[in-house]
Design a protein around this ligand. Sequence first.
Ligand code: NPW
Ligand code: K
Length: 527
Amino acid sequence: MDNLLLTAAQMRALEQAAIDSGVVTGLELMERAGTGAVDAILDEWPDLAAAPGRAVVLCGPGNNGGDGFVVARVLVGRGWDVEVFLYGDAEKLPPDARVNYERWREVGEVQTLTGRDMDGRGYVPDLTIDAIFGTGLSRTLSWELCDAVKQYAWTFTQGTRVVALDIPSGLSAESGRRIPCADPPEDRLAFPTVSPAAALAIDLTLAFHAPKIGHYLGDAPADCGRLRVVDIGLNGGATDVETARLVCGPFEGVAKASGHKYDHGHAIVLTGGMGLTGAARLAARGALRIGAGLVTCVAPGPAMMECAVQLTAVMLRRCDDAAALADLLEDDRINALCLGPGMGLSDRAGDLIDAALSARRHIALDADALTILAERDDPFAMLHHDCVLTPHGGEFASLFPDIAERLNVPAMEGPAYSKVDATRDAADRAGCTVLFKGMDTVIADEKGNARINAAVYDRAAPWLATAGAGDVLAGIIAGLLARGLSPLDAASSAAWLHVEAARAFGPGLIAEDLPEMLPQVLAALER
Ligand SMILES: NC(=O)C1=CN([C@@H]2O[C@H](COP(=O)(O)OP(=O)(O)OC[C@H]3O[C@@H](n4cnc5c(N)ncnc54)[C@H](OP(=O)(O)O)[C@@H]3O)[C@@H](O)[C@H]2O)[C@@H](O)CC1
Ligand SMILES: [K+]
C-alpha cells in the first residue's frame, strides 16, 4: 500500500500538462492554491477563523511568491490586516505571479524584504506566511535574504503562527535538505546565517496537490511543522518518470491465508557465539510473530544451551561451520535466512554468509553481515536479487562510500541528490533491495523502485531508537521473505509494521516489545 510522492520536475510537468490540455490556466491554479491555503489555515486554527487578525506575507521572486500575493488578498477579503514583503524585483516576476502582484497592489502596499526594518514592526502578527521559495529553489540563498528572514523571525516567531506555502523556503523539494546560505560579508562574520526554513520555526506546511519527495526526507520533517496537502484540482499523479512512493501500510501477502505451517515458509536466523545470541533471538521472535510458519535459530555448539533455555516456539539447530549450514540448506523448505544480528566478525561468520548466499535463498543481511561484506574487495560479488541489505547510516557509508559522500555534501544547486537517489544507486550497485534506515527509511530495489517509510509527522516513533530494534526489523523482513513476499514488499512492509508496533507500545519501548506488539498491529489492519 503506497502513495505517490513527486519531484519538483514531476509537479511542474503535471501542472504544464493540465494547462496545455486547456482544462485550467496557471492563474486559476495559483488562485486555487492561495484560496485553498487560507481555507486550510483557518481550518487548522479555528480561533483565527473566528477573529481576523494581522498577517505578514513574505513573498519571493517566483510563483510561490505569486501564491503569497493571493493569500494576502484573500485574507484582506476576510477582514485581515496584511503587510506584504517581496524579496526580488517585481518587474521580473513570472507572468501569473506578476498578475497577482498587481491585484494585490490594488489592495495594499509591497515593501522590500531586507534586513533593515524587519525587526521593528511594533506588533506581533497572528500569522506569518512563508511564500519566498517553493519547488523552484535552485541555488544557494543570498546572505541578505537569510539575514532578513532571521531578523524577522527572531522578533516575531514567538507568538505568530507560521505557515509555509508548498515547502519551507530554503529546503530542496527533492532531498528535503537545507540548501546553504551564502557566507556573510566580512563585517558580519560573527553573525551566523540560518536557513529561512529553520529560522521561521514553521508550524504548518501546505503542500499543493501532493507531497513532494523532499517533504519526507532530511531536514524537512523537523522544519515543516505539520504537513497538510491542499487540493488544487489537478488530476492524479501519473507520470512517466519513475518516482518514490510513501509506504502507507503493509503490502499484499502480509494478511495470513489459511494453510499448513510449511505453506508460510521456514526462516532460519544464525546466532553468534555464547553470550552473543540475544540479537538473533530477537530477530527470530520477529520472524515468528509476523507469521513465518517455522523459525529456527541456528547456533554454534557452545551457544546451544544459552539458546535452548530461552527459546520455545522458535526451534533450535546446531551448526558449527559453513559445511554444516550447507547441509542444513539441503532442506529446500528452508526458504529465508536472517544473517548478521550478533553474528560477530569472525572468519566463521564470513564463511557462513558465503554458504548462505551460495544456496540462493531469500536473505536479510543486517548488522555484522554488512560489516563483513563492506570489508571485502567486492562486497556485492555474491549478492543476488533475493537479498535485502538493511544498513543504517554508518553501514551504508562503509558499503557505498562514494554514494554516501555524494549524499552528504551540501547541495549548492538543484535538483539536489537525495536519500532516495542514494538508495536507488546503492540497490543498483548491489543488485538487490536496500533498506537505508532512519526516521526517513528509504527502500529501493535493483529495478529502480523506491519507497519511503517515514516515521515522522503524526507517525513519529522516537522510542524506536533503542538497542535491538534493528535486529527485530531484520527478523520481520526474514519472516515476510519466508512467507513469500518479494524483497521490496517484505522490506517495505516490515519497515511500516516496525514503526506501527513502536507507536502501538509507546514510551518505555524496548526491543522485546516490538514482536509482541505485532498481533495488535495486524489485528487492527483486519478491522
Ligand atoms: N506546479 C504547480 O502546479 C503550481 C505551482 N504553484 C506554486 O509555484 C511554485 C513553484 O514556482 P516556481 O517554479 O516559480 O518556483 P519558486 O520556488 O516560486 O521560485 C523560483 C524563483 O526563484 C528564483 N530562485 C531560485 N533559487 C534562488 C535563490 N537561491 N536565490 C534567489 N532566487 C532564486 C528562480 O530564479 P531563476 O532560477 O529562474 O533565476 C525563480 O525566479 C510552487 O512551489 C507553488 O508554490 C502554485 O501556484 C500552484 C500550481
Ligand atoms: K515557501
